[in-house]
Design a protein around this ligand. Structure first.
Ligand code: MG
Length: 295
């Protein structure tokens, strides 16, 4: 029995003398005057204290086991030596040995044409085209590293521009681009700088390292879901850390990330991840250590 039941059951409870019962023609169940208002306040305060005491008693009587959950057990994953190293359940998309997991976006029958460097990295081969994973993904955790060359030139968007399309929505640049750009002392429109979801979401911080240094992205991607009629069931969401700094915090995308025009959603399922070969003439950037955990 709780405090409310005491109030509702006159047989087990003596009403304080201050309580005035409703009058036949009154909307409010108490007489409206100062004295009765004070009494009512005291009465309700008393009821509140009783309620808290009874609730605390009920909590103490619970067995701790009643709130323990023992299954399903999380699977065991062996972490990497550092946060940058792939855990045991990761899909290795690029470890420097070959480009077997990648193909040319605009003709997936052709291999990715970028340059393997022999030091665990690959470099964009400008003009050969954007590349994409051969596998398709829905939700995932992604780790990827990139380096702007120390001899980078250019300014604005024409300085180390590339990008990670977290899901492709078609050929070329169609998809959802997490921007890669050199914004170390290089200004551009803020919804197009590194860490942005291109032309949609300004990064929370500018966490750029200097050109010549390896930089990291760690991304949590939730793919969009679509209804049978093509309408959006649930929007895509992204959380991203740039060099360990949060730059996108569970951002809900409005659609794809076009260079010109507004974002739109077009129905798709599991999708490749793309790395952009951008058309600007600045020196090409490099990527390494790309792995992913499906969620
Ligand atoms: Mg780009």
């Amino acid at each position: 029995m709780n405090a409310c039941q005491y109030v509702m059951n006159p047989g087990t409870f003596s009403y304080p003398s201050a309580v005035v019962f409703p009058r036949a023609n009154s909307i409010w169940p108490f007489s409206i005057n100062k004295k009765n208002t004070e009494m009512k306040t005291k009465f309700l305060f008393g009821v509140g204290i009783m309620s808290l005491a009874l609730h605390a008693g009920a909590q103490q009587k619970m067995d701790p086991k009643e709130t323990e959950v023992w299954s399903p057990e999380p699977k065991i994953v062996t972490p990497g030596a550092t946060f940058a190293d792939a855990p045991s359940d990761a899909i290795i998309l690029f470890d420097g040995k070959n480009l077997d997991e990648w193909s040319l976006t605009d003709d997936v029958t052709k291999p990715a044409g970028w340059t393997l460097n022999g030091d665990g990295s690959m470099t964009v081969k400008k003009g050969t085209g954007t590349i994409q994973t051969k596998r398709n993904f829905m939700d995932y955790q992604l780790h990827i590293e990139y380096k702007i060359p120390s001899n980078i030139t250019g300014s604005g968007q024409a300085r180390g521009n590339s990008g990670i399309f977290l899901a492709s929505a078609g050929k070329g640049d169609d998809g959802y681009e997490l921007q890669v750009l050199d914004n170390y002392n290089n200004k551009t429109y803020v919804n197009g700088q590194v860490g942005s979801m291109y032309k949609q979401s300004i990064p929370l911080e500018n966490a750029c390292k200097k050109p010549g240094e390896w930089q990291t992205y760690d991304v949590i991607w939730t793919a969009p879901r679509f209804n049978d009629d093509g309408s959006v069931k649930s929007a895509a969401r992204v959380t991203a850390f740039h060099n360990g700094v949060l730059v996108q915090n569970n951002y809900e995308l409005k659609g794809n990330t076009p260079y010109i025009g507004k974002p739109v959603y077009k129905k798709h399922g599991p999708s490749p991840i793309k790395l952009q070969d951008h058309g600007d003439p600045s020196e090409p950037i490099s990527y390494r250590n790309i792995w992913l955990r499906e969620l």
